[in-house]
Design a protein around this ligand. Structure first.
Ligand code: GLV
Length: 320
């Protein structure tokens, strides 16, 4: 029975999609490129539910075209693309997917750090281009044991990263808006942002994107870091000033960067960052495992269906 009208700007995993389709009439945008604004506006005019993807800006302007909307669900923990205050003004609940992606995202953060520290991709490129038997000129990596890891943004994922770092024998320091009351559990030490910049041998950035964190890492921050520092960004691209990062890597202000997020995103194939050898970039795959994407899709469906049925959302950002 197609009780509710729902718009989806991208796919969820099939079991979650089928669950939604059991009770909803779904308009689903399946193409790789973003749904055109005019199509979205047209589809939204009678929609009660929206499953939105991170490429869509949900703001006052868009919501004016959606007079019947009750609930928006996004399969992500970050929601910098969504004006949640505008949602609240329009009486629309917004749900995200915290919790279910914590371990997976921490795994990728730590994988990037390990790959960076051991210069895995330079080694792999060297082998693949057939240079192995021509004398090794690959850069030496660094040991993680005994090094100081700075974590900027100590939410659940930061805690999971800190636990991994401890197992690898690292000393962990962190900066967060507030000190965590449970930091004795990971042994991570709270420091000022400047102290983390100055002391970290390796840095993992996990902070959400907000007015306060946009451009948090610029030329002056890279200048304060150790010239030997390894820098990993797992948060959102605009937390880092891309030009400043390019300059820091090119001029040796820091040693290496591994990024799962970039600005712009996707990164064009001819972007200057791709000309550097001391960089590793993955295409925003922090949560991209079968199990985690399945769990995120199910939580997204739970949020959507709860909102449509006037029930509390299991993970609501702007609960009444
Ligand atoms: C991914 O970036 C997320 O916010 O879940």
């Amino acid at each position: 029975m197609n009780q509710y009208k729902v718009v989806m700007t991208g796919r969820l995993m099939t079991p979650a999609l089928e669950r939604i389709q059991e009770t909803c009439e779904v308009k689903l945008w399946e193409k790789a490129e973003s749904i055109p604004h005019e199509t979205l506006v047209d589809w939204l005019k009678d929609a009660e539910g929206l499953v939105v993807t991170g490429d869509i800006q949900v703001n006052e302007e868009l919501l004016q075209y959606a007079p019947k909307l009750k609930v928006i669900a996004q399969s992500a923990v970050g929601y910098d693309n969504v004006d949640t205050e505008a949602c609240t003004r329009h009486g629309i609940l917004f749900g995200n997917t915290p919790g279910v992606l914590v371990e997976t995202t921490a795994d990728l953060a730590f994988s990037l750090l390990l790959c960076a520290a051991r210069r895995i991709h330079e080694g792999w490129n060297f082998v693949r281009e057939g240079s192995w038997n021509r004398g090794s000129k690959i850069s030496l990596g660094i040991d993680l044991a005994g090094k100081t890891l700075g974590i900027v943004g100590m939410g659940q994922i930061g805690v999971a990263v800190a636990k991994r770092a401890k197992v690898f024998g690292m000393n962990v320091i962190y900066y967060n808006r507030n000190r965590r009351l449970d930091d004795h559990e990971t042994g991570a030490t709270y420091q000022s942002f400047d102290a983390v910049l100055a002391q970290a041998d390796c840095m993992i950035v996990l902070t959400p994107l907000s007015k306060e964190t946009r451009g948090l890492f610029g030329a002056s921050q890279f200048a304060q870091m150790k010239r030997t520092a390894y820098f990993v960004n797992m948060s959102r691209g605009p937390v880092v000033d891309t030009n400043a990062l390019f300059d820091a890597l090119q001029t040796g202000k820091i040693a290496y960067a591994a990024l799962d997020v970039t600005d712009p995103e996707p990164l064009p194939g001819d972007h200057p960052l791709l000309t550097l050898s001391n960089i590793l970039i993955t295409p925003h795959i922090g949560s991209a495992t079968q199990e985690t994407r399945t769990a995120m899709s199910q939580l997204t469906a739970d949020n959507l269906l709860a909102g449509l049925n006037d029930k509390p959302l299991p993970a609501c950002v702007n609960a009444k």
